[in-house]
Design a protein around this ligand. Structure first.
Ligand code: FAD
Length: 590
């Protein structure tokens, strides 16, 4: 069975040595000194290692069962969920007014990595609730907030998001679920939603569904969509539970991974729903939830890679196979450990340099969300809006690749369920699909975000890279700075190509969208590694006692810069080839 030890020291390195959060001017960050974040992370690690990880494989093996309209979660899930509730983890960054602790979002992300690595399927019950709370906080009325949020923050009630229908997932303008106004101001919701995560289960007293539906008069496409609160049990004004609402689970899906999370077909039969925000403005409301959720899904991608890497590295030290070609390392044993072989080193370094870079990127993204929301900073808002598809798409594509690499270290044992490596790959796979499939993230990036506000945000990103490169003349960093400069030049050339050709032939731009998302992701990780290397030198120069830790950061930074970052040139070459070869075949030839 795989093990999990939460990377508290690495997270502290990112939060304090790299992001300097305690010195930040973002409101609320002055409370986040090293001691405080250390105590929070240690508690989160205890929960992740002691309660969540031990039921991860059980969840995978048993899955969820539908019995007489009730979904039974796997053995041990309810007890572990109770511990998440008891620790108040769902409310970490939510307003005190509704029972939260009002800490910055970056702490939700930092602890979130541990919970997702330990048990992604279980964490989703909490994650979806958090997303639903954010949407109600941003768009709900004061009465709705008072009625629903305290119980959702405490996780007595959980939340869901209901967008997808059998005939549409990406193209939500096609949804058919109807909302008909009732005399009392509520709406009758009728329709079917599919693939609804945590749609029904036995761990909460009530489930608050956020449902997209069309009410008369909104026009065609996404314009006509509104968002509704549809509780499983109706809620009286005093917060007590009333009658069962007209919403029920039709079936649960048999799927590739995240078996412990119930993916439900939800049937709405004239269910009572309450409008959230303005009528026909539901997409805007749902996007509040989706942007946060997309950053959270990016985190899922690298968090699965993190736990997979941890196990692969341990296995490579333990498993004896073959001899080191440069000289025996384990003369008393029948063979040397796998770790001596350059090819095993390569895949482990790919994983390590990705995971640590992705962790820094995600925490930086979370701090931008804090700066945008808590600091009311429009520039940070624009930058995180640009980076969101990259965080989601790049980190989940790569996260899955890295889980497969970790599985590969185990050879045939990686393919055998007993070792648990297959679960990481299977669980990570969904993150590339939901919350907007990655191909669509790339389209959002190239088709919308790049040119948003006249291209101001991408220009700000290039300026940030330039400042970072120019920000130090330390000769020990020259090779890293030059590598990042070259990658950033590739990205600028790609952006220029889109500007020049995109208007003339949109297929030229769209055929390169996915490559651009990856190119951009590499530049972001390159930026993170330059920042991490600077931080590591600073600690070494200051006489740290943990020399090995910081030297390993420098070695990993150099690995990323020479072995991963040059991928930008390949992506640029593909982008420049345009859409011609992609679109050449006649339909019949496929
Ligand atoms: C386990 C699981 C859990 C889920 N949880 C939820 C949930 O909680 N709530 C919810 O509402 N939904 C949920 N979903 C649904 C998920 O968000 C959708 O499956 C996803 O958005 C893709 O929609 P689709 O499956 O209809 O694929 P389609 O929209 O049919 O897309 C198919 C493929 O075509 C590509 N594509 C589509 N349109 C374009 C375009 N214009 N240009 C280029 N490429 C395009 C997509 O990238 C994708 O690769 C879940 C799905 C699964 C499998």
């Amino acid at each position: 069975m795989p093990s999990y030890t939460a990377p508290v020291v690495d997270m502290q390195f990112v939060l304090h040595d790299v992001l300097n959060i305690a010195q930040s001017d973002i409101p609320g960050y002055d409370d986040l000194d090293r001691e405080t974040t250390g105590a929070i992370l240690e508690e989160a690690a205890k929960l992740a290692e002691g309660a969540l990880a031990p039921v991860n494989a059980t969840g995978d093996r048993e899955g969820c069962r539908l019995e007489n309209g009730v979904v039974r979660t796997p053995t041990g899930f309810a007890a572990a969920f109770e511990q998440i509730k008891a620790g108040g983890w769902n409310g970490l960054d939510l307003p005190e007014e509704f029972g939260g602790q009002n800490l910055p979002y970056v702490m939700n992300s930092a602890t979130g990595e541990f919970f997702v690595s330990a048990n992604m399927a279980l964490n989703m019950y909490q994650g979806l609730t958090h997303g639903a709370i954010s949407a109600i906080l941003a768009h709900g009325s004061d009465a709705q907030k008072a009625q629903y949020l305290p119980k959702m923050v405490s996780l007595d009630w959980t939340g869901t998001m209901n967008l997808t229908e059998p005939h549409c997932g990406t193209d939500l303008g096609l949804i058919r679920t109807k909302a008909v106004p009732q005399d009392d101001g509520s709406y009758a919701i009728t329709g079917q939603k599919i693939f609804i995560s945590a749609g029904e289960h036995d761990m909460a007293e009530n489930i608050i569904h956020l449902v997209l539906a069309k009410a008369h008069g909104g026009g065609a496409g996404t314009k006509g969509i509104s968002m509704f609160i549809v509780p499983k049990f109706l809620v009286h004004e005093d917060g007590s539970l009333g009658a069962r609402n007209g919403v029920s689970v039709g079936s649960i899906e048999d799927k590739m991974g995240i078996h412990g999370n119930a993916t439900c077909v939800m049937n709405y039969d004239g269910a009572t729903g309450y409008l959230v925000g303005e009528l026909h403005k539901g997409m805007r409301a749902m996007f509040t939830m989706m942007n946060e959720a997309r950053v959270g899904v990016g985190l899922q991608g690298y968090a699965q890679a993190a736990v997979a890497y941890e196990n692969a590295a341990a296995y490579a030290k333990d498993r004896l196979q073959g001899r080191d070609v440069t000289g025996t390392k384990n003369p008393d044993g029948p063979a040397d450990p796998l770790l001596v072989h350059p090819d095993i080193r390569r895949v482990l370094m790919d994983q390590k340099s990705f995971v640590e870079g992705a962790r820094a990127f995600t925490m930086w993204g979370a701090s931008l969300i804090d700066r945008a929301h808590r600091g009311q900073d429009p520039q940070a808002d624009g930058l995180i809006s640009l980076l969101t598809p990259v965080l989601k798409g790049f980190l989940t594509d790569k996260g899955f690749d890295m889980c497969v690499q970790a599985q590969q270290v185990y050879g045939g044992h990686g393919y055998i369920e007993e070792w648990g490596m297959s679960q990481f790959a299977r669980d990570a796979r969904i993150a590339m699909i939901y919350e907007g499939a990655n191909g669509v993230q790339a389209l959002d990036l190239v088709g919308r975000k790049l040119a948003q506000d006249g291209g101001k945000h991408v220009m700000a990103f290039f300026a940030l890279i330039k400042d970072e490169v120019a920000g130090t003349d330390d000769p020990r960093l020259t090779d890293l700075r030059e590598a990042l400069k070259a990658a950033s030049k590739d990205m600028q050339a790609a952006a220029m190509f889109f500007m020049e050709t995109g208007m003339k032939n949109p297929n030229d731009a769209l055929a390169g969208a996915s490559d651009f998302m990856h190119l951009f992701g590499h530049v972001c990780l390159g930026l993170m590694w330059l920042r991490m290397a600077r931080a590591a030198y600073a600690e070494l120069d200051a006489g740290t006692s943990d020399v090995a830790f910081y030297e390993a950061k420098l070695d990993t930074a150099r690995y990323y810069m020479v072995r991963q970052l040059p991928a930008t040139a390949l992506h640029l070459a593909r982008i420049r080839s345009g859409g011609e070869t992609v679109m050449a075949l006649a339909e019949a030839e496929f």
